[in-house]
Design a binder for this molecule. Sequence first.
Ligand code: CMC
Length: 428
Amino acid sequence: MADKAILEVGGQKYEFPIITGTENEQAIDIKALRGLTGGLTTIDPGYKNTGSCQSAITFLNGEEGILRYRGYAIEDLADKADFLEVAYLLIFGELPNESQLEKFHNDIKAESHVDEDVKKILDGFPKSAHPMGVLSSLTSALIAFNPSSVNVDSEEDMYKAIVKVMGKFPVLVAWALRKRTGQPLDYGDNNLGYVENILKMMFKKANADYDLDPVVVNALDKLLILHADHEQNCSTSTVRIVGSSHAGLFASLSAGINALWGPLHGGANQAVLEMLEAIKEDGGDTKKYMAKAKDKSDPFRLMGFGHRVYKNFDPRAKIIKKAADEVLGALGVEDPILDIAKGLEQEALNDPYFVDRKLYPNVDFYSGIIYRAMGIPVEMFTVMFALGRLPGWIAQWKEMRENKEPIGRPRQVYTGENHRAFKERAER
Ligand code: CMC
């Protein structure tokens, strides 16, 4: 393996080290570029070739469809672990033993109260507000109720901040739904497991018991695990870059939620379902929508297809597709949307446009179908993604602060006007 790269500019040669990761990924380390070359920079819109950090949290190999958290295969974690164990793994680096997990859960429960005054902020939103906007605003509002900054050099302080967020965030998620559906707010039940409690907080009616369905609990647990981290994606990079200015954890997470909201990122799960609905309403003609997706003059894209990194298959999509069949079967739900999704997938997998561009179904293609079968409204889908991604964001923020990474501040190549004389208003 090469250990250095030579760059030649105007006849002058510069040498840069190549660093190698534990999975033998290699990167040219250009930290010294500007200093050595007298100000030369690199340009890489969308950061398609740029590594922003070295990270020990998540490994993914897009060519081979591999995804691992802290070395553990996503398939094993989805099959054998629960979401709280996976959260602990991502944040602290190892799978917890029984007593570590119990302590983690107890500490989270002790912090799961959200100040009553936050309800007043929630009250101010119209019922029609998108729950992602509500969630990011309430997460940001938590700063005012938890103003002390975290001493990142103190393990205890870091731990406290983490359990606080893990405790309060699901309450905000549930409140965002209850606001939307006009239900009184609920604090859940500390006797329940983490995921069971989330479901109860979301769905319990004021005048009735809420019976937990193990099929639903298991499905949500799996979905949250599959979304828990995905290395330096748009929202995670946002969390890291906002946190790099030493803005607090709540502020960094709130920014991450907004980044996730976009339809090219986490918002795709809502967009997929809306697309499948539209196809159904339009008579189920998948060919028509395939043609639209391929037409360069049409902005329509097949939502839930394609990925910046996965160019073979998205391992999460494989697990979710199987889970969708199981969950719908177990719940006795017959959803024509699932058939449309399968039909669309089949056509895309055999279409040269999609094959040549290596466009495969991603994690969002089937997740919405499961959420829908669980009774979660479509506007809440991206909120559910945020709930799953929470431990990943926390782990990445923690790593960035502990590694004492510098503030994120990219350069640019200026393409605007050169210096010009000021024009008085009357002369313009
Ligand atoms: N439908 C039709 N054409 C597509 C699609 C699609 N979904 N995705 C990419 N292409 C085409 C694109 O037009 C381009 O074609 P050409 O080379 O002829 O110009 C080529 O494929 C490469 O696309 P790109 O936009 O340069 O690729 P990217 O890596 O910048 O974008 C993506 C990745 C995920 C944003 C994109 O595939 C997309 O918009 N997909 C639909 C939205 C979606 O499902 N997002 C969820 C991503 S997974 C979950 C998450 O990360 O949050």
